[in-house]
Structures are given as structure tokens and as C-alpha cells.
Design a protein around this ligand. Structure first.
Ligand code: UGA
Length: 444
């Protein structure tokens, strides 16, 4: 029997994966959303997005009555001991984050807490700029509950480091747990929950104050984004250096323990709902503090230029792209997800359309979402092979495993011209020596 009952506000990647993690470990979890359609789906075991291991674990959790989704904040708060806030913090036009969902969650929690007699811990899991938990979340909860932080309720900031596509795995096996605490009792309560959850497999736990925890999240994402833009900048040097290959450069660098081999894959740059938004938010936050963090502005500008390189490669092989058939393999921002937020496929396809090319695209799971973006401006294929049919050029945009298994013959037999552009470095250039072949970071 677990000691704590948990509620989670927000049913996106972070909220739902965290909820599933608790249910897998036998906790009773209540999730809270405002979207009644989403709640109905979750309550019959249908996940609202594609994520490995999510569907089977959600079904199990719902059947065992360990997880339910409610639209009623009071129900979520009054029947639990600890509430995680995992609502979105989208970008605004100046790059700063929009706190409206966080503020709404805090006010609803506060309203519900009014009726609660016992101590309750609130934990901010959403990515928020330093100062938000203390200066925004705390006063809103205090105002709506009439209670005092540190006396009637506790407050922590616990940044989340899970990756989409590996969300359940990362929830169950994190590298570290960061607990930003308003006071010792809040931190002790959250640490006790995590020690119970992970038992002998508890990873290192770092306890700190609230703004430091908030900054650890931004600094981590900004550093990983910097690593990616760094290797992409080196890739550009490789492209201008006959014989150089960025994959070997990265391997050679990564063997140095101080550098490490992870997140040194050169490609079309980073997309998704986190790195682009978080780098922008840190740039905006830093500007507000009177420090303009040029380093990260450059990280962004390398990232912006990266996807359009494949258009240049295309033109080098085909000249004018008007009327040319271009096959796009991969639409999602990374494999194992159907998420297309800030996907590299978007600027690439938009530019190809501006150039007058005919685009056919295939992705194992993201086509329904792509249809909402590109509508009937492009064709959608139902398999990689059918996508290649009659193509003048193929561009690899997302490194799905099924694309890695394609052989040069698969391209040669289907395409009108044997031209392949590897945007994610999934093929050995030697295998494509009879092709017109270009790749990010490959000297030519
Ligand atoms: C990222 C972080 O990795 C997580 O730790 C963090 O919790 C999450 O953001 C978040 O803030 O919520 P995620 O965006 O799901 O996770 O995916 P990543 O695997 O980090 O990939 C992000 C982008 O970087 C993808 O477009 C990927 O293709 C690109 N990437 C990644 C590269 O181009 N090269 C690499 O070597 C690694």
C-alpha cells in the first residue's frame, strides 16, 4: 500500500506520463483536465497522443481503477495528498512564456484547498522561468485558498526531464531528481514520495531552492540544444571540406568523457515542443534581466538555417525544382512520436512548395497531423516505398527505424532519378556510391 495519493493537473506528455508512472507503481492517481473529450478517452484507456508503452499501460491502469481523469478540480485535490501541476507554458510572440494555464491551475487548486483541512503539497512540474513558482504560483494559491504557504500547504518545483518517444521509460528511470523547495517540510514530503516510488533504485536527489530548480531545467535544455547546434555548425565546416564526415568527428569527440557522445548527432536541427520554446524563453528571460545571451541567439540561428540546407542540396542536383517530384520520408519532429510541433519537415516542405515542387510525404504515425498542417498542398503516401514512386529526389527528414532498413535498391527501383539526401545521417555514404547522394556534414 502506498503512502500518498497523487493528483496531476494537465494531461499532456508530462502530465499523463507521470500519471502512468505512478499507476504502474500501484499509486492511485487522479488527473485533471478541462477537455471533456480528452477525459472521456483517457477514462476508457485511449491515449490522446502516440507514445510507446502508453496505450497498454493506460488501459491496465484504468482497468485496475488506479487512474482516472476528472474535470472537477475539487475532486482531484480533496481526495489526494500531493498535486503536480503539469500544464503547458507555450511561447508568446516575444519568446517569453505564457503563464495563463499555470495561473488557472493555481487558482483552481487554491479554490479547492479552501475546503481541505489537512496539509497538501503542490508541486510545479511545468517548465517555468526562475521566480515563477514563488512570485506567481504561491500568491495565487494563497489568494484563492485563504491559506498560508509553508503552514497549511507546501510548495515545490520539480523539473521534468523526460523525452517524448521515451516518456514512460524516462519516468521510471530518470538520471536525477531535482527538488526545489519553498521550505524543508515541502522538500521532505516530496523526497519521501520519490524514495517510496523508486525505492532502492532512487536516482541522485538534488534539493535546492525554487528558482535554482527552475533554472536547472532551462539550463539543461539550453545546453543540449547548444550541443546540437554546435555539431551542426561543425557539420557545415565538414560539408565545405572534401572528405570530412561529421559522424566520425562526433564519434572522435564523444569518446572524450568530458564531452560525451550523446546529443552530438548532426542533422536538420532540433524541433519539438521543448528545445525551441525553452531556448527562446531563456533568451527572453535573460534580456529582461539586462543580459543578452548571444550564445543562445546563435544556437537558434544555426538551428533555423539547418533544415533549409537540404533545399540547397536538392537544387545542386536538380537545378530548378519547379515540377520536380520530391519524396519526404519522416514528418514528426523525432521518431516514435506523432508530434509535429516545430518539426523540421515544416520549413522544408513549405520551401519546396514555394519553389514549385510536387511533394509526397510519408511518416509511420504523423500523417494525420501533417494533413491538418499542409492540407491538400502535398500528397500523403501510405508506405515508404509508395512515397518513393517516381520521385526525382528523396529527403530523409526523421530517422524512423523503418527508414534505416531501406536498401539502396528500394530507392533505385521506385524512384525516377536516384537522388537521396540524408538529413539525419542514417545511411552509409558507401552504400549509395552509385547514387547522387548528399548528407548533412558530409564533405563534397
Ligand atoms: C527534450 C529533452 O531531451 C528532455 O530531457 C526534456 O524533458 C524535454 O525536452 C522537455 O523539456 O520536455 P524532447 O524534446 O522530447 O526532449 O526530445 P529530444 O530527444 O531531446 O529531441 C529534441 C530534438 O533534438 C529533436 O528534434 C531531435 O531530432 C533533435 N536532436 C536530438 C538532434 O538533432 N540531435 C541529437 O543529437 C539529439
Amino acid at each position: 500500500m502506498t503512502q500518498y495519493r497523487v493528483s496531476i493537473v494537465g494531461t499532456g506528455y508530462v502530465g499523463l506520463s507521470t500519471a502512468i508512472g505512478f499507476a504502474i507503481k500501484g499509486y492511485i492517481v487522479t488527473t485533471l483536465t478541462h477537455d471533456s473529450e480528452k477525459a472521456t478517452k483517457i477514462n476508457i484507456g485511449i491515449p490522446p497522443f502516440h507514445e510507446p508503452q502508453l496505450q497498454e499501460n493506460l488501459k491496465k491502469a484504468v482497468n485496475k481503477k488506479l487512474l482516472k481523469c476528472t474535470l472537477n478540480a475539487a475532486e482531484a485535490i480533496l481526495n489526494t495528498d500531493i498535486t503536480f501541476i503539469a500544464t503547458g507554458t507555450p511561447s508568446q510572440s516575444d519568446g517569453s512564456i505564457d503563464l495563463q494555464y499555470i495561473e488557472k491551475s493555481a487558482s483552481e487548486i487554491g479554490e479547492a484547498l479552501k475546503k481541505k483541512k489537512s496539509y497538501h503539497l503542490i508541486v510545479v512540474k511545468s517548465t517555468v522561468v526562475p521566480g515563477t513558482t514563488e512570485k506567481t504560483v504561491k500568491p495565487v494559491i494563497e489568494k484563492y485558498s485563504g491559506k498560508q504557504c509553508g503552514v497549511d500547504f507546501g510548495l515545490c518545483m520539480n523539473p521534468e526531464f523526460l523525452r517524448q518517444g521515451a516518456a514512460i521509460h524516462d519516468t521510471l528511470h530518470p538520471d536525477r531528481i531535482v527538488i526545489g523547495e519553498y521550505d524543508k517540510k515541502s522538500g521532505d514530503t516530496l523526497e519521501a514520495l520519490f524514495r517510496e516510488f523508486y525505492s532502492e533504485n532512487t536516482p541522485p536527489v538534488l534539493r535546492t531552492n525554487l528558482p535554482t530548480a527552475e533554472l536547472i531545467k532551462y539550463a539543461s535544455n539550453a545546453f543540449l540544444a547548444t550541443k546540437i547546434s554546435f555539431i551542426n555548425a561543425i557539420a557545415t565546416i565538414c560539408e565545405k571540406t572534401p572528405g570530412a564526415d561529421v559522424t566520425m568527428v562526433a564519434r572522435g569527440m564523444g569518446l572524450d568523457k568530458r564531452i560525451g557522445s550523446l546529443f552530438l548527432n548532426a542533422g536538420l536541427g532540433y524541433g519539438g515542443s521543448c528545445f525551441p520554446k525553452d531556448v527562446k524563453a531563456l533568451v527572453a528571460h535573460s534580456k529582461n534581466l539586462g543580459y543578452s545571451i548571444k550564445l543562445l541567439e546563435e544556437v537558434e540561428s544555426v538551428n533555423k538555417a539547418q533544415p533549409l540546407k537540404v533545399i540547397q542540396f536538392c537544387k545542386e542536383f536538380l537545378g530548378n525544382l519547379k515540377g520536380k517530384n520530391i519524396a519526404i520520408l519522416g514528418l514528426a519532429f523525432k521518431p516514435d512520436t506523432d508530434d509535429m510541433r516545430e518539426a523540421r519537415a515544416i520549413p522544408i516542405i513549405n520551401q519546396l512548395l514555394i519553389e514549385g515542387a510536387n511533394v509526397t510525404a510519408y511518416d509511420p504515425v504523423a500523417v494525420p497531423i501533417a494533413k491538418t498542417i499542409f492540407k491538400n498542398k502535398i500528397q500523403y503516401a501510405t508506405s515508404a516505398i509508395s512515397c518513393l514512386k517516381n520521385a526525382d529526389c528523396c529527403i530523409i527528414v526523421t530517422e524512423w527505424d523503418e527508414f534505416k532498413k531501406l536498401k539502396p535498391e528500394d530507392f533505385a527501383e521506385s524512384m525516377r532519378q536516384s537522388i537521396v539526401i540524408d538529413g539525419r545521417r542514417i545511411y552509409s555514404p558507401k552504400d549509395f556510391k552509385d547514387f547522387k547522394f548528399a548528407a548533412i556534414g558530409l564533405g563534397h
